[in-house]
Design a protein around this ligand. Structure first.
Ligand code: AMP
Ligand code: MG
Length: 448
């Protein structure tokens, strides 16, 4: 560890992993006076934090799954079509297959070519065959005339115009050529891509797994909702917020429970998280308190890549890797925890899921009102956006205290205020990280 010489590393095959052998568990006796406080870490800027996350998080090992289960996964391979689509010349309309060279002359209807059947008879000069949309065009015919654009007389028909060769016929391979690459590695499988997999008969696909993300709440004061509060206690909201945020981002949330500020209890939960999940998020216990142990544990078990950020909220947010798995130890204040999730955990989650080019969705907005703030750190305030005169206006969601989760409820964006800004006039243009990009499109009817 760059910051903490002598720190021991936690290994994946460490006996500490074996829960059946409690006697083998590593025990740390940490004196409160020997804490690693956030002061032990250099202040880093948010761009540096993002770079460290990109440097130390990599996609999970791809797996092969049935295509039916692949929605939302990122492809770990290119997909090619072996066969052409359509595999035969297909009629595009319901009508008559005929020869264009006969122009608009009368034709004798010699039969019907149904969908899903092989072609049999040939269409000769002066002949036509009834075809349905999607049916193979019989040999000899080189055009299909819409039934509603023909005239009928007994067993004969006549086009009301002069058809051209190829009219209303999809040639072999029109939609997908044989051997064509239809999907590429790194692409997220959406409903249309799923349909492509079906049509090219890609029964199994190699994808990055959905990351399993453990969420652990910590704190002596934190209790489960449903219990009456004893003096000094508060209910655990972060665990629910973070589990939901993981799920919304396409991860598989794994509830690691709530633990008191005790090294052994925290280690047990972290160990379980590292064993059962691909990434662990903890909240609480990363500040300057005597019983804030998370940084100590992470420094001993793995490597802390950052532990102090020049960012508000979430200054003590910590990013570590333990045996190659990312661990984010977020502050306990509900807004700090959720903002830090959006800023740091979300990019990591997307990288794990194989989407290495993901960036925060961002637009530029204008402040609807002036903001007076304390300079020093880049700050992300929560804002509602509205559109007026072709401009997206940001209005902050009331008091921006990091304890006040209500400031996140129905927030559309995190607006970025630069470190040295103090008096910010209304109308100032600022970047806004969108928390729910879909809503912005509803608001604007598509952005300029
Ligand atoms: P900490 O980061 O542990 O110093 O906690 C900072 C603040 O967040 C304290 O006021 C805690 O009571 C509060 N807090 C910590 N964990 C949670 C949680 N899981 N849910 C709601 N509030 C919490
Ligand atoms: Mg705490």
């Amino acid at each position: 560890n760059a910051f903490l010489p002598g720190a021991r590393r936690w290994e994946p095959h460490d006996r500490a992993l074996s829960v059946n052998q409690p006697s083998n568990r590593r025990r740390h006796v940490i004196q409160s006076t020997q804490h690693i406080t956030p002061l032990a870490f250099p202040f880093i800027e948010i761009e540096e934090a993002w770079a460290l996350i990109r440097a130390y998080v990599s996609p999970l090992m791809p797996t092969t799954i049935p295509f039916q289960e692949s929605l939302g996964h990122v492809l770990a391979e290119d997909v090619r079509a072996e066969e052409p689509l359509p595999p035969f010349r297909a009629a595009v309309v319901d009508g008559y297959a005929l020869r264009a060279e006969d122009r608009d002359a009368w034709r004798e209807v010699v039969g019907e070519q149904r969908v899903g059947r092989a072609t049999e008879a040939e269409v000769g000069p002066g002949e036509a065959m009834w075809v349905a949309t999607g049916a193979p065009v019989p040999p000899g015919a080189d055009a299909v005339v819409e039934v509603e654009r023909t005239e009928e007389q007994g067993t004969r028909i006549r086009p009301l115009y002069t058809p051209t060769p190829g009219l209303n016929i999809r040639p072999v391979g029109y939609d997908i050529a044989a051997g064509e690459q239809v999907l590429h590695k790194g692409q997220r499988i959406d409903p249309a891509a799923l349909g492509i997999l079906a049509s090219v008969n890609a029964l199994h696909v190699r994808v990055y797994p959905r990351p399993r993300v453990g969420v652990l709440s910590t704190g002596d004061e934190v209790v489960e909702p449903g219990h009456p509060l004893r003096p000094g206690q508060i209910r655990d909201s972060n665990r629910y917020t973070l589990l939901a945020a993981v799920q919304t981002a396409g991860g598989i949330p794994v509830d690691l429970g709530t633990r008191p500020d005790e090294v052994e209890a925290l280690e047990d939960a972290l160990e379980q998280g590292l064993r059962e999940t691909d990434m662990v998020i903890t909240c609480g216990g990363v500040s300057m308190g005597n019983r804030d142990y998370m940084k100590d544990i992470l420094a001993q078990w793995g490597t802390i890549h950052f532990g102090r950020l020049r960012v508000k909220p979430g200054k003590p947010a910590t990013f570590a890797t333990v045996a190659g798995k990312p661990v984010f130890a977020l502050p306990g204040n509900p807004v700090s925890a959720l903002v830090a999730f959006y800023l740091y955990v979300l990019p990591a989650l997307h990288i794990l899921a194989g989407d290495t080019t993901w960036v925060h969705p961002q637009v530029r907005v204008k402040l609807a009102h002036p903001i007076h703030r304390e300079p020093g750190r880049v700050e992300f305030q929560r804002a509602r956006l509205r559109r007026e005169g072709g401009v997206l206006w940001a209005e902050v969601t009331g008091k921006q205290a990091s304890s006040r989760l209500l400031s996140m409820v129905s927030a559309d964006a995190l607006i970025r205020l630069e470190a040295d800004w103090e008096e910010i006039p209304a109308g100032t243009e600022v970047p806004a990280i969108l928390l729910n990009p879909e809503r912005i499109f509803q608001l604007t009817g598509g952005l300029p």
